[in-house]
Design a protein around this ligand. Structure first.
Ligand SMILES: C[S@@+](CC[C@H](N)C(=O)[O-])C[C@H]1O[C@@H](n2cnc3c(N)ncnc32)[C@H](O)[C@@H]1O
Length: 221
């Protein structure tokens, strides 16, 4: 019996690659997001069940499409957004400053977040784990867990392997041309969330214009 091969080519994006990639994509990212992710974001926010007044962190805030919604739902709370890419963050800042003031945006790295233990009620993260090497899933999840209060929630959305025949085109595309989505590929994060000690795990599969995403909701015990 041979060793089982990974279903998709592992990504090898370094953090500098990520910064370079998103410096380049920052101008067009919103269009891609509108086509493939907007429906998923609505569902993720529904699962997050934000209560106005909470302490919320979005990791990999990108151009602020989700963060804008978070801040509007949490006007009396604390809203923090972090991203590795200054160019994506600059877009987020431009979007937010027109309407809000109760937020902070910082350049930062999901692997080592600049907050004390137990700071947040909720951490939201969309389409970042699908760029990371698999060996880093657990360490990053544990960093999220460190920052949550007991009972705190995570809502993580990623590209996922197709569960409907019409979405298999994406699995095929990524297998044939691993760089076509700039390092993004379908991943399965469910087991890592469980192994990292989260409880009450729920998942929601969504496809938008055939693009397959999985939202994972879980709580810190
Ligand atoms: C595909 S975009 C998603 C942006 C946003 N979450 C959304 O859904 O619109 C991926 C984002 O993850 C950020 N990113 C990747 N690795 C990161 C890391 N280690 N720490 C923080 N942000 C990271 C990138 O800079 C980029 O803005």
């Amino acid at each position: 019996m041979g060793v089982e091969k990974p279903r998709f080519t592992p990504v090898t994006l370094s953090k500098d690659d990520v910064r370079r990639t998103y410096a380049r994509l920052s101008n067009i990212y919103d269009f891609w997001s509108f086509l493939t992710e907007s429906k998923t974001v609505n569902k993720a926010l529904q699962l997050a069940n934000i209560k106005n007044g909470e302490s919320i962190l979005e990791v990999a805030v990108g151009t602020g499409l989700v963060f804008e919604r978070i801040v509007s739902m949490n006007e009396n709370g604390r809203n923090e957004g972090i991203d590795l890419s200054p160019e994506m963050l600059a877009r987020a800042g431009k979007r937010l400053k027109k309407r809000f003031s109760n937020y902070a945006l910082k350049v930062g790295d999901a692997y080592s977040l600049p907050y004390p233990d137990g700071t947040f009620d909720l951490i939201i993260n969309s389409y970042m784990f699908d760029l990371l090497p698999e060996k880093d899933f657990s360490p990053v999840l544990l960093e999220f867990k460190r920052l949550l209060k007991p009972g705190g929630r995570i809502v993580i959305t990623s590209m996922t392997p197709a569960r409907r025949w019409y979405s298999r085109i994406w699995d095929w595309l990524v297998r044939k041309a691993p760089n076509i989505l700039e390092g993004c590929r379908p991943i399965s994060l469910e087991e890592d969330v469980k192994q990292s000690g989260f409880k009450n795990i729920r998942e929601e599969y969504i496809s938008q214009f055939t693009f397959p995403s999985l939202i994972l909701y879980a709580e810190k015990p």
